[in-house]
Write a protein that binds this ligand. Sequence first.
Ligand SMILES: [Zn+2]
Length: 471
Amino acid sequence: MKYLKIVILLFIINFNLNAQDQSQLEINKQDNILYVIKNVNIIPMTEGNKVIEKATVVIHNKKIQSINDSIPVNAKTIDGTDKWLIPGLIDMHVHNLADIRMSSNYPTKGATLFMDNQDFMLLYVANGITTAFELSGRVEHFGQRNEIINGKVIGPRIALAYLVDGGDSGNIANTPNDGRQTVRLAKQQGYEFIKVYSNLNAETYKAIIDEASKQNMKVIGHIPTIFKGNTKEAFVPHFGMVAHAEEFSSQTDEYTNEVAEEFAKLAKDNNTWVIPNLSNLVCIANQARSLDSVRNLPSFKYVHPLMQSKWIVSNQYNKGTSPERVAYFDSLVDFHISMVKALKNAGVPMVAGTDSGTSGIVWGFSLHNELELLVKAGLTEEEALISATRLPATWLEIEDKIGTVEVGKFADLVLLDANPLDNISNTRNISGVFVNGKWVNKERIDNMLSDLAEKNNRNKDKYDWNKRREY
Ligand SMILES: [Zn+2]
């Protein structure tokens, strides 16, 4: 998005056998363990979503093997009494930290900044996020994902979108032919989705979407700035998802309900889904007020020290801030809430996404803020949960694998201490998480988080954003 410049770093595994690694090894030994959750209330998130009370859930070989069927003798029991089981949560807009080269001066040099992939992925696991959609995919993200898939790291499933922009730097395409070729290359390199960006010209944008359709790749992204005043033209067939509500506010200077309704109609008529991403502008407005909103985040201590440094010393929302700017951000927040209402009325599917990685938006933790804001904006608790479970799985076309609690699906599950249908904030009350069939309970999560906070604190002086090119 135009206000957000994201720097992405990567984390490599460090095989010192510290407490955290040991904990990780124990988690990874679970591959063949049979689990049974007894006496649990299942919120399946299927179409009817009828709660199954006091149920028995058997988990084996990464999958939900049975619900209310016989219990295998050797199953390890988890007591689900007075607890609630929901599908693993999905964040549809993230920017993951991955290895990165900050300076470049000779071939073979490789990355200059490495971090620990497990430390990073813990932020998702701790928050019940079992799938994340990376919207600025790079080659390093494939390696990061493979470490999760091969069991070295416990973390979410990750879908990867390749970002294409216009202009003169980055992954650029400024002609329709270049746009099409970029899509074909991305497909060959293994990316699953295409993300279109703000500076594309109209013809290239359309060519990219058309080519993506031919390559069977769905398209998500920004509405290029060039379409301002003629937003309808951007809603071409196969433009699958708008990456945040800010794309609409960037297309107008009139933040009225009528304009919100017009935009919602464009999305509806084109079958384009929307990620409202209310939390990022709320967070940006708070940073424009004061950086204390970042420093005092309870999750700030879990953020890698280099990013902690960046979010404070190079904060573009706070830099040169003024009351006018704060008021402008606040007006965007209000308009985005109007957008959510309009989208809901128009029947446009909305999915939850956070833009985590942007300053002040902490991976994993931020999804709970987003769900709360969606409810405040007018979604029901159930609709908010759908936006982070079944609907994103459907858009990603993996609804046969994840997104609901049903027999045969992957065991991506969150066990909650209270009912999120009563109060969406209860998604924060996590008793434990199944990540691809591996059980991580609250105690383990808390231990890993406190180890991480301690490690970050210890390493704080080693990282300074202003010196990143010297590393
Ligand atoms: Zn983003």
